[in-house]
Design a protein around this ligand. Structure first.
Ligand SMILES: NC(=O)NC1=NC(=O)NC1=O
Length: 243
């Protein structure tokens, strides 16, 4: 039995549920999805400041998951906040939804476009493209210019803007695939792929399948070198529970 901990790094329960649904929709029969989010932190992650705060909550959840013996962890925010720190702390595999979606896109298209939320988060996606080596695979990045939580306000406006942006990207970018740039967009990928006739990729599902693959291959986070466990040291009171 595989248990995958899917972490929504923001503290909005509605988005944790959306992310959990997207993960369960693709999980294999023998895979249990445990969707969690930090007890403290930011309600949405819309910049570098938010990411720094969210990363501590991600690490707390990683530690809890490791103690529970989960088979793998997904960081379900498009900035992949705390990814390498999480890999130091974890023994099981850790996959971020941005890297997962980008990897999958390169397997089905020579170039992909990204559709994300706020313009100010575009630089975070650009940094990830550089870090992961996918810059030359990404033809364009777009933002719907709505806050992250607009995806959970029930109006459908954000979802409509995502659809329109994907259609525009298909027409204008010369990309063969589109990556959805937010955990809160995860449940939109299947319908958009069918309606628009272009692979629209959700990173939550991609990450879940990558964890299943890593587990099946007996691959886990390497502890040889720079992803070894953190050095034990006296952490200040507020962080002592992370030891
Ligand atoms: N680019 C983004 O929208 N990042 C995100 N902020 C969140 O709170 N969740 C995301 O996926």
């Amino acid at each position: 039995k595989i248990v995958i901990q899917v972490i929504n790094p923001n503290t909005s329960q509605a988005m944790t549920e959306t992310i959990g649904r997207a993960a369960r929709a693709v999980a294999a029969a023998g895979t249990e999805i445990v969707a969690v989010s930090p007890t403290q932190g930011v309600p949405s992650i819309e910049g570098h400041f938010d990411e720094a705060i969210a990363a501590v909550g991600v690490l707390e959840q990683i530690k809890r998951g490791r103690e529970q013996g989960v088979s793998g962890h997904v960081i379900a925010c498009f900035g992949d906040p705390g990814l390498l720190a999480a890999r130091e702390l974890a023994s099981a595999p850790v996959v971020g939804i941005a890297e997962a979606a980008m990897h999958m896109a390169t397997l089905v298209a020579t170039r992909f476009s990204i559709v994300t939320t706020l313009p100010r988060t575009l630089v975070i996606a650009r940094h990830l493209l550089q870090q992961y080596g996918f810059e030359r695979h990404c033809a364009a990045l777009h933002a719907i210019d709505l806050p992250v939580l607009a995806l959970e306000d029930g109006s459908g406006l954000a979802q409509e803007k995502v659809r329109a942006r994907c259609l525009q990207a298909k027409r204008e970018d010369g990309s063969g695939a589109i990556v959805l740039g937010c955990g809160g967009m995860a449940t939109l990928a299947k319908a958009l792929t069918q309606e628009l006739g272009i692979p629209v990729i959700d990173g939550v599902g991609a990450a879940v399948k990558m964890i299943e693959s890593l587990v099946a291959l007996g691959l886990s986070t390497s502890k040889h070198g720079d992803l070894d466990y953190p050095f034990a040291k006296p952490l200040s009171e507020a962080f002592s529970h992370l030891n």
